[in-house]
Design a protein around this ligand. Structure first.
Ligand code: ZN
Length: 274
C-alpha cells in the first residue's frame, strides 16, 4: 500500500469511526446515560465528559438529531458521501422541512464540497439563511462577539444607554452590555431574608421566600451528582425545586428536604430514583 492508498484507507476508517460515534451518542441519548452521569444534556456530556470543543459537540449532536428521523444518514456518513460539516450546515435549515424535502436536499448534498452545499441550501431555503454570529476569544479575559441586531433592538440599546448615562456618560456597547448584565442579575437574584421560614400547611406550597433561599443555597445550579462519575450537573437552566423525600412518602417542605434540580434531572430522579 503506497502513501496515497494508505491515506485513502485511513480517511475511510475515519468516516466509519465518526458514524460509530454518532451511533453511540444516539444510544446514550435514548438510554439517558448522560443524565445518570450527571449532565443535564448530551451537549454538556460531549464537552465535559468526552472532551469535544463546543463546535465539535454541536456538529455531532446535529447529526444525532437528524439521524433519528433519517437513519440512512449514518450509512452515508460511514461511506463518506456526507460528513459532519455539511450535515451540521443543513441541520437547522432543514429541521422544519417535510421528510421528503429533507431526503431530496440530503441526496443533492452527497459528495459535495462545503461551498457547493452552501449553494444547495441557499437555493432550497433562501429565507432561512441567517447572518452569522461569531464569538472569538481575544485574550484570556476578553472575547469579541459579532451579532446582527435589528434597527429596533439597536434603538432600545441606545435608549438604555441614555437612561444609564448618569452612571457613565460615554458608555460604549461593551460597557452597556456589562451594565445591563449586572442590573438584570441583581433583579433576578434578590437578597435573601435570613429569618427561619415556617413549614407550610400544604406541603406542595413553596413560598417565594423559601424558593429564593433554596436557589441561593444551591448556588443557582442543579445539585444532581452522578454516583458513577461523581460529577455535579452544571445546568443553571430551568431549575426546579425537588423534595428529596417525596411528599407521597412523607417528605416535608423544609429547607433540608428541598434541593434544586434541572428539568431533565428532576424528571430522571422522579422516574428512576424516587
Ligand atoms: Zn441537572
Amino acid at each position: 500500500m503506497n502513501l496515497h492508498e494508505e491515506t485513502v484507507f485511513f480517511v475511510k476508517e475515519e468516516s466509519r469511526f465518526t458514524s460509530l460515534v454518532i451511533n453511540n451518542l444516539q444510544k446514550n441519548f435514548d438510554t439517558g446515560l448522560y443524565l445518570e452521569m450527571g449532565y443535564a444534556n448530551l451537549y454538556q456530556y460531549c464537552i465535559k465528559a468526552l472532551g469535544y470543543s463546543e463546535h465539535c459537540a454541536y456538529r455531532r449532536l446535529a447529526v444525532v438529531e437528524m439521524a433519528k428521523e433519517l437513519p440512512e444518514i449514518k450509512e452515508k456518513l460511514d461511506r463518506g458521501s456526507l460528513n459532519l460539516t455539511t450535515l451540521s450546515m443543513a441541520h437547522s435549515l432543514i429541521s422544519s422541512a417535510t421528510p421528503e424535502k429533507k431526503k431530496e436536499v440530503l441526496k443533492e448534498m452527497e459528495n459535495c464540497s462545503k461551498r457547493e452545499v452552501k449553494e444547495i441550501l441557499a437555493t432550497h431555503f433562501p429565507s432561512k439563511i441567517k447572518p452569522k454570529e461569531s464569538l472569538r476569544f481575544t485574550s484570556g479575559k476578553e472575547a469579541s462577539l459579532h451579532v446582527n441586531l435589528s434597527k429596533d433592538t439597536l434603538k432600545k440599546l441606545d435608549q438604555i444607554k441614555s437612561l444609564r448615562a448618569h452612571k457613565n456618560p460615554s458608555m460604549n456597547y461593551s460597557e452597556l452590555i456589562e451594565d445591563m448584565c449586572e442590573y438584570v442579575l441583581k433583579k433576578l437574584q434578590p437578597k435573601i431574608n435570613a429569618k427561619p421560614i415556617k413549614e407550610p400547611k400544604n406541603p406542595r406550597y413553596i413560598s417565594v421566600q423559601l424558593k429564593q433561599r433554596i436557589f441561593k443555597r444551591d448556588n443557582h445550579q442543579c445539585t444532581y451528582i452522578s454516583q458513577q462519575s461523581k460529577h455535579r450537573c452544571e445546568s443553571k437552566h430551568l431549575l426546579q425545586i425537588d423534595h428529596k423525600v417525596p411528599i407521597s412518602k412523607g417528605g416535608r417542605t423544609i429547607e433540608e428536604n428541598l434541593r434544586l434540580l434541572c428539568q431533565q434531572h428532576h424528571r430522571y430522579v422522579d422516574q428512576y430514583i424516587s
